[in-house]
Design a protein around this ligand. Sequence first.
Ligand code: NAP
Ligand code: MG
Length: 505
Amino acid sequence: MAPPNFEYDFKDLAGNFHGKSSFNSGLYINGEFVEGVDKTTVEIVNPATGKPLSNIPAATDKDVDIAVKAAREAFETRWGTKVPPTERARLLFKLADLIEANADELAALESLNNGKAFAIARAVDLQGAIDTFRYYAGWADKVHGKTIEVNDTKFAYTRHEPIGVVGQITPWNFPLWMLSWKLAPALATGNTIVFKPSEWTPLTAIRVASLIEEVGFPRGVVNILTGIGNTAGAAISAHMGIDKVAFTGSTLVGRHILKSAANSNLKKVTLELGGKSPAIIWDDAELDTAVSWAAFGIGFNHGQTCCAGSRVFVHEKIYDTFLEKFTKKLKEIKVGDPFQPDTFQGPQVSETQYNRIMNHISIGKKEGATVHLGGERHGTEGFFIQPTIFTDVKPEMTIVKEEIFGPVVVLARFNNEEELIRLANDSVYGLAAAVFTRDVSRAIGITNRLKAGTVWVNCYNLLDVNVPFGGYKQSGIGRECGEYALANYTEVKAVHINLTGQPPI
Ligand code: NAP
Ligand code: MG
């Protein structure tokens, strides 16, 4: 039976037409779109309306098994060290070009399925993905080892070899951008892939599968399996034929992945997990700019950003003025239809996430914090939440400790550096942080004391493909982006060359 097709006419909530999309939505295994052995499906929803969009194939462990075999065969015969790195570069550049050529359609799919504003999806997610494929295409023929002069009788060299078959699992907050962070460095270094996107937001990954086909990657090099974490995801992390798993998602599932790797074949694991990142506003900060970045820090992507600035610490000398300006700024955020050009905040991704966030808001109130702004549903349909500020918070409160992953920020004051460092580092997470000050020595001094993988000075949420990203503490293991990510996908082989011919005994 022919695999299903996805067809859609994009409209905004007022019914205005924004173009169409039509593509094959099967599981992409060994260069073909298939329905899956058991033909199971999962429903996807438009978060702006709460209404179903389509049913998408949900891979089972049987499909994962078929994909792993295809990826292994491709690795050994058609990819890995079997193709020159310049060829891998050429294909990756071509994929970047095709994503760029179809960027409006992909941004519309992202917007439709995830709820993020179309204009932001196009400018940030799509551009981020295009840049990532180009960046790692450039690396493909520049990955090499070292020559090590040991002594007169011996030299050694290292080879940076592809690991083999890589499993990759991603979340729903930046579906296509995270796909590029996973696929691009793994392909550049010669690995083959079994990839699973989030069950809620599979559309852009499936669309990219047809672009991968159009580029002409050898069959089996990239396999894209839509499906559910507990089945397809669990099958990937436990599979004996997968050599490495790269995961982005929650700390809870990250733990499962690590256990599963340990219990199966000790596959290598990299993890990009959650955060509860502090934004620190000193009394000498350029106030209006700091307010704007702090609002962007929590508001961007509706707060569904792993590095969101969800704890804002303000010097007590400027706390009242900051709160007033910050409140005004968050009130100005345009919440609404993702297909309106001036929308900054669309709906949360799903009803589950909507309920989780509203539950955190009610816990915050119960534990005695004050809702200074928002705290309610926005509108009457879809999963929209008002930008929300909590004040009167204490370090032990749930809303200060746990990642909320929505447009909800907690504001607290501090009065000296020691207190600030203690508060800012008081988290099981260590993904990111920001410092706002005009004093360069203070900026560097505080940056050095923060336990975080990324620190922004006088800005927030800026990510560049050539700069590494990843977490301290329970925010993860390993780094993505930049040259650092190449190490995630290569094994280092040390080769000793004896120059003497002398027998050892
Ligand atoms: P999640 O629930 O952990 O899911 C992430 C992915 O793992 C999804 O594809 C999910 O499938 C899959 N999964 C679920 N259970 C699994 C299992 N038992 N075995 C294998 N895979 C499984 O996370 P999320 O809710 O999608 O995303 C939000 C989290 O991701 C936040 O904590 C956020 O901070 C983090 N995040 C981190 C970064 C970073 O770079 N550090 C970036 C983005 C997001 P289903 O879709 O079926 O659940
Ligand atoms: Mg999930």
